[in-house]
Design a protein. Sequence first.
Length: 509
Amino acid sequence: MDVAVLTAVALVAIAVAAVVGFVARGFWANQAIKAAQEKAARIVAEARTQQKDLILEAKDEKLRLQHEADEEARAKRSELSGLERRLLTRDEQLDQRTDMLEQRDRKLLDREREMDRSREEVAKARQEQVVALERVSGLSQEDAKAILLDEVREDAEQDAVRLTRAIEREAREGAAEKAREVIVTAMQRVAADHTAEHTVTTVHLPSDEMKGRIIGREGRNIRALEQATGVDLIIDDTPETVVLSGFDPVRREIARVALTKLIADGRIHPGRIEEVVAKARAEVDLVMKQAGEQVAYDAGVPGLPPEIVKLLGRLKFRTSYGQNVLLHSLETSRIATIIASELGADPTVAKMGGLLHDIGKAVDHEVEGPHASIGAQIAQRHGLPIKVVNSIAAHHQEVEYACVEAPIVQVADAISASRPGARGESTETYVKRLEDLQAIAGSFAGVDRSFAVQAGREVRILVRPDEIDDLSAGHLARDIVKKIEETLTYPGQIKVTVIRETRSVEYAK
């Protein structure tokens, strides 16, 4: 009984609990549904609010963009209106200018017609005057012209006589000065200076066997000798002879002395070659120094800078057409001294200028430019007097004379170089070179006459001014220089001078 009751009670309790749980779950489910519905309502409300805000922002953006577009359109319309107004203004201006030009054309045509009528009237009036003059004078036009020409001729002859007498009187008054100028000019035109020189030296050998020893094993001896001296050794089939070739005469002399010592000593190898070349260089330097000092003493020019004395000594090994340049410089110095003394110029300046006038030849194979310009730069660098510098620079007329001693040095140089036996060039070769220069100059159109002066160192060309203008004269000089360079072989340089001159002379009485 108790068990049954307990069981029943338990069942009832279970049923009650189930009912209570069901009711509780329903309640909580309703509460969750309500909360979800409220949340959904809030989300919808917020979405609607955001939608309204976005719509408002879009409308504002649309209005802003529309406003900007309207402003831009108004600006474009304003710009186009301005351009249209400017175009209309330009069209109006062009129309006005066209009208003005048409008016000017009409006026010009009217003036031309008036001028034609005026010319016709003037010609008619002149003809009437000529007829009236012929009738009054009883002479024809040809007769009157002949009478007028006779009178003009008579006046011209009288003027010519007066002018001739005036010229003769002026010539007599300046006869002495004119004579000196003519003599100096004539002596200058005889000036002849050539810069060609021997570029080879020959050394004789005791036997042809010595050639092999000079060459050495695989040519090492000859290479060492050429490298040490800077001179090319030419060993060919010529018996018992070695040729030294080079443009520097001092290097050739050093090579000659060194090779002579090596041949005499018999020991020929690279180490010995360097030792002998060094001794030969010192020996040649001493010889040049002594030669420079001796020639300065002989010329009577003491106190020269040591570098100038050394350069003078280098001229001992320089020749020009067989004439030794150092002896030529000494001779020029003495001649210039005598001429300066006779003419009342400064003999000291002439003496120094004559001695140093070719100093540039000592280094002209190392420095670009004419030897006269190089020598002047050397003299100026060592502080020699300005008159001496000008005498050196102007002795080939490459610069203007700045003192009377400069042409004296040039004349002395010409006398020393052109005296009989001074140089080895034949008269036929000399004349042929001058003829070739004149022929080249005369082969160009517009050339009237040409003269080769300064012993072929300058060509002066007179052109016809009606065929060659100033611009063409420069082109002509360059063309002649180019043809001379392509056609002729010559020492030094050749100056080409094109002269174009037009003269109109009248005299007031």
